[in-house]
Design a protein around this ligand. Structure first.
Ligand code: GDP
Length: 194
């Protein structure tokens, strides 16, 4: 599979705007500021495949990209903007939960975590919701360039302890482009390529 062959399809802010629910999809999820956009840009080697909207409260969209024939990558709005209104947060929560509840094409999630902060309460809320769906999960422990060697080992081990039964886990650095090969391999596996 050629992961450089990625093209923007569309943005959606409601379910009716999603592309047809066919083929295979992998969604990128994470707490805002964990480095999801940087990770997407590193993996797909395109500058600004994921544009970062750093303005809290701005409408957050679900962005769909096509990869190869019938595969898509989906950039979901980051959760956890501190300065967002309750109303707006409710809208996002609904959009994201609608996406997960209805989307047959969804084969797996890449969860981006800031390895210095590890799994936060909001990540747990997401996982409580997502894991019962029984789909694949790959955890990216991002910003590993900020960790000392023993901290990396600890981060990987702690995540294995809590999520090892449900997920594959890797250390990663979006800015240093470390771990890209492993991430690509895992994408291919979840998409079902041998
Ligand atoms: P998003 O909100 O999850 O899309 O996060 P961004 O990709 O916009 O990144 C948030 C901040 O973290 C930015 O200042 C990035 O430069 C920084 N960042 C992202 N990935 C890494 C990484 O691997 N290492 C370091 N040191 N900083 C990173």
């Amino acid at each position: 599979m050629n992961l450089e062959n990625i093209n923007f399809i569309k943005s959606a802010n409601q379910v009716s705007q999603f592309p047809e629910d066919s083929g295979r999809e992998i969604a990128f999820v994470g707490r805002s500021n964990a480095g999801k956009s940087t990770a997407l840009n590193a993996i797909f080697r395109r500058k600004n495949i994921a544009k970062t909207s750093k303005t809290p409260g701005r409408t957050q969209l679900v962005n769909f990209f096509s990869v190869d024939d019938d595969c898509r990558v989906v950039d979901l709005p980051g959760y956890g903007f501190a300065a967002v209104s309750k109303e707006k947060r409710k809208q996002w929560d609904k959009l994201i939960s609608d996406y997960f509840r209805t989307r047959d094409a969804l084969k797996g999630v890449f969860l981006i975590i800031d390895s210095r902060r590890m799994i936060t309460k909001l990540d747990h809320l997401f996982l409580d919701f997502y894991l019962p769906l029984g789909k694949s999960l790959h955890v990216i422990l991002n910003k590993a360039d900020k960790l000392k060697k023993f901290e990396k080992i600890e981060a990987q081990r702690n995540t294995e302890t809590s999520l090892g039964n449900f997920a594959t886990i890797q250390l990663f650095s979006g800015t240093k482009k470390q771990g890209v090969r492993v991430a690509k391999q895992r994408l291919g596996e979840i998409f079902g390529y041998k």
